[in-house]
Design a protein around this ligand. Structure first.
Ligand code: NAD
Ligand code: SF4
Ligand code: SF4
Ligand code: FE2
Length: 490
């Protein structure tokens, strides 16, 4: 087998921008980065032409501070992926917290929502099911886009026919805010509702969960309910009906809501808001535009991959669900993207999102979500798009810490490789291929310099110590990821 060419990995935190590597490269394929703002003196070495690089390693040899390592493409030097130095106390605190949470998780009572109705056209049965529970008046939480294209009209007709009273609340924005929740709460009270149908993608479902949490806690604000186990009270009768195949919110303990005043996007995490009942009707997802199919599908992939590569909290149930979800996404997402009318592909993706959601509701998500949420809050980046872009970069940055787990997922998908490293790299390469086939970008150019410290602070606060990530990151690791996101090309 031909020896694989090694390429330079430049540590953006260490590089001092002295240009020695640039002057010595025989192929002129290195350059200094352009200043990002007026007065920016922190320019660093970067490769301007990856194809021209012959892998001679001269740049690594001449760098006076050892900021360059020659690496297999797609890999990160071990000292960066698994740093031994850094904030040791912080890392120990995270791991101790997670060990305590693992024990707590056994008493948490994770459950899977009852699928009260499944299959094409099954939404029409929901009104009778609700009436049978003794609920006669519901708030239908959805969004304006869905109402305009008539996705909830079949359900509304069925409610009219069955004599179930309802009020439509559709003032939910993508990346819903606490103000959306308050408006929904008002509608619930003013109309004497007795239960909620959460109908839509993650945004209406999370807003509906927020409304339910606020009904349970009339004197608390959404920011006060965000965090872990702050709801802890029974919520009103609640039926979740997903119309995208991504977030899995119909089966998760989370409601992700942005505080309108600060743009801080954060999650309520509490088994109390895990829906008791869900309906999976693939016909509702048939009208999803290709871009939304792609990004929400990648969100589901991200849930499965983060839950599976995390350690500590998962049981075999979550691991198996994550694997099932990855296999379904591997086999069906591109089909659903290429032909939105493929009912079988739509149905498979709906189950993939459901399993992945259930997997991460105990296994947790990780740094892809923690950083992605900040981009949703600050710049309104669609959640699934943020996930698609960030996922492969985080997995690469975790390095060898995730090779065994990613190799398992590669096996599930039938990918080949001689070692677990080979398989893991094949799996990450497949994510990049999927992204490219669906026209999704490699990186982001929306991240502003002045926001970087805020992004790191919020991401760190969201993830550490709660998420049992494979490697606990400090500030520099987040900075490396942000640099990668801003400079990524396929
Ligand atoms: N609660 C959780 O566990 C969880 C997990 C992941 C993400 N989220 C959150 O979910 C939100 C994102 O949800 P999403 O990705 O499902 O998108 P979304 O709910 O914001 O919907 C995106 C767009 O798709 C449209 N749409 C939805 N269903 C459609 C259909 N069937 N046909 C045509 N158009 C349709 C909507 O009108 C909207 O314009 C984010 O706020 C994210 O943070 C929550
Ligand atoms: S490995 Fe050689 S060709 Fe490639 S960037 Fe370094 S010095 Fe240039
Ligand atoms: S020689 Fe090293 S420190 Fe100098 S620009 Fe290159 S990578 Fe940076
Ligand atoms: Fe997500």
């Amino acid at each position: 087998m031909a020896k694989e060419k090694l390429i330079p990995y430049i540590d953006v935190i260490a590089c001092a921008g002295c240009s020695v590597c640039i002057e010595n490269c025989p192929k002129d394929c290195l350059e200094l980065s352009k200043p990002k703002f007026k007065g920016d003196i922190r320019t660093i070495a970067q490769q301007n032409d990856k194809d021209a690089c012959i892998g001679c390693g001269i740049c690594a040899k001449v760098c006076p501070i050892g900021a360059i390592s020659m690496q297999r493409p797609g890999t990160v030097p071990e000292h960066i992926a698994r740093p031994k130095e850094g904030n040791k106390m912080g890392k120990i605190y995270c791991r101790v917290f997670q060990a305590v949470m693992k024990v707590g998780n056994y008493f948490m009572g994770y459950r899977t929502p009852e699928l009260v109705s499944e299959g094409p056209g099954s939404i029409k049965r929901l009104p009778e099911i609700i009436l049978a529970k003794g609920v006669g008046n519901v708030l239908l939480v959805t969004d304006e886009g869905l109402v305009k294209i008539g996705v909830p009209s079949g359900l509304m007709e069925a409610m009219d026919a069955a004599g179930l009273k309802y009020t439509v609340f559709s003032e939910v924005q993508p990346n819903p805010t606490d103000l959306n929740v308050e408006a929904g709460l008002k509608a619930y009270k003013e109309n004497g509702c007795e239960g909620i149908i959460a109908f839509g993608g993650g945004s209406p479902m999370d807003c509906a969960k927020g409304i339910a949490a606020r009904i349970a806690h009339p004197n608390k604000t959404i920011p006060q309910l965000q965090g872990i186990l702050k709801v802890h009270k029974k919520i009103v009768p609640f039926w979740a009906v997903p119309t995208t195949s991504g977030t899995g919110s119909e089966t998760t303990v989370a409601a992700v809501i942005t505080e309108a005043a600060t743009h801080h996007k954060a999650s309520i995490n509490d088994p109390a808001i895990l829906p008791k009942y869900a309906v999976l009707d693939p016909e509702l997802t048939m009208g999803l535009p290709p871009f939304v199919t792609a990004t929400t599908g990648m969100d589901a992939l991200c849930h499965a991959v983060e839950a599976y590569t995390n350690h500590t909290y998962n049981t075999k149930v979550e691991d198996d669900m994550a694997k099932d979800a990855v296999k379904l996404i591997h086999d069906w997402l591109l089909k659903a993207y290429e032909n939105g009318s493929d009912l079988e592909a739509r149905e498979k993706m709906q189950y993939a999102a459901f399993y992945a959601g259930r997997a991460f509701t105990r296994g947790c998500v990780g740094y892809v979500h923690a950083v992605g949420h900040t981009l949703g809050g600050l710049y309104g980046v669609a959640h699934g798009l943020a996930m698609s872009v960030i996922l492969p970069h985080v997995m690469r940055q975790f390095g060898s810490a995730v090779y065994d787990k990613l190799a398992d997922l590669a096996d599930v998908c039938g990918m080949e490789g001689e070692t677990n490293e080979d398989k893991a790299l094949a799996f990450i390469a497949w994510i990049d291929e999927m992204k490219q086939s669906m026209g999704l970008p490699a990186g982001f150019d929306c991240i502003k310099d002045e926001d970087i410290d805020q992004i790191i602070e919020w991401a760190d606060k969201e993830a550490n110590p709660l998420y049992p990530v494979p490697v606990v990151w400090g500030k520099d690791d987040f900075k490396r990821l942000i640099h990668t996101l801003r400079n990524a090309v396929y």
